[in-house]
Design a protein around this ligand. Structure first.
Ligand SMILES: [Zn+2]
Length: 268
């Protein structure tokens, strides 16, 4: 049996059989991997506590005929601060669920791994006091994850006529995947109104697709995130817009995002 080793982040875990866990891990070298953690739910199992959700670890995995298994997990960062308060946990659940729902086993893009890891590290530095940073981080993750998955929301030019967008009455179409001026919106059945600040925010958060050092670009954007001056209402509307856009594209709900919206809306 061949083994392989890679850093990874646990996106999802569920009970599997009597004492096992089924894990979805996004790894640096192999992209999304599904693997079984044998006896991981036994009190004395050696993997006990090493396969927590959002955990960043160095994994040793074994190829199996039907399924791969986790032979070992060396924790690199348990993101303990993140786990100590409710809102950052919810925000981490949102990004993990989006990453899990929008990727299939074997889907590999190292930039996705960097985006995930940096986003979790950002949440780990949040005490939970500044709720809007959690909202901004979710939006930042959504916009850039969509772009890496080939669903970048077009926010600079009209998605119908390709003219540069001007401030004013503008719209968004889920079916066409971007913004529309009022004239074009009249021809598109699913066009909904979107305010200028929301469009500006989407544009600002997007990392340039042509960037050569993606990790550095993420770091620079995240530094700006905490200083960003944006109205809460525009932020809320942008998060809702991207939620609906993602759900339109994957044709299913992102459950943790509903929970986040219910719990966190009053707090920003
Ligand atoms: Zn147009």
């Amino acid at each position: 049996m061949s083994t392989y080793r890679t850093e990874g982040v646990i996106l999802r875990r569920s009970d599997f059989g009597e004492a096992n866990l089924l894990l979805h891990i996004y790894t640096r070298k192999f992209g999304k991997v599904e693997a079984v953690g044998k006896s991981a739910r036994k009190a004395k199992g050696k993997l006990k506590g090493h396969l927590e959700p959002f955990l960043y670890a160095d994994f040793v995995l074994v190829h199996g005929k039907k399924m791969d298994t986790v032979a070992n997990s060396f924790v690199l960062d348990p993101f303990l601060c993140l786990r100590s308060s409710f809102d950052p946990i919810l925000a981490a659940s949102v990004i993990a669920e989006i990453a899990d729902r929008m990727t299939v086993e074997g889907y590999h893009d190292e930039r996705v791994f960097e985006l995930l890891l940096s986003s979790l590290a950002f949440l780990n530095q949040e005490t939970g006091a500044e709720k809007r940073n959690l909202w901004l981080l979710i939006l930042f993750f959504e916009v850039n994850f969509l772009a890496l998955s080939g669903f970048a929301p077009q926010a600079d030019k009209c998605v119908f006529c390709s003219e540069k967008m001007a401030p004013g009455k503008n719209y968004f179409s889920f079916a066409l995947g971007g913004v529309l001026d009022a004239q074009c919106a009249a021809k598109i059945p699913d066009a909904i109104f979107v305010d200028d600040d929301a469009i500006k925010l989407l544009r600002f958060l997007a990392i340039d697709s042509g960037t050569t050092d993606y990790k550095k670009a993420i770091g620079e954007k995240l530094v700006c995130l905490r200083k960003l001056n944006i109205k809460n209402e525009a932020l809320f509307r942008s998060v809702l817009l991207m939620k609906n856009f993602i759900e339109f594209n994957i044709d299913r709900k992102i459950n943790s995002l509903d929970t986040f919206l219910n719990f966190a809306r009053e707090k920003i």
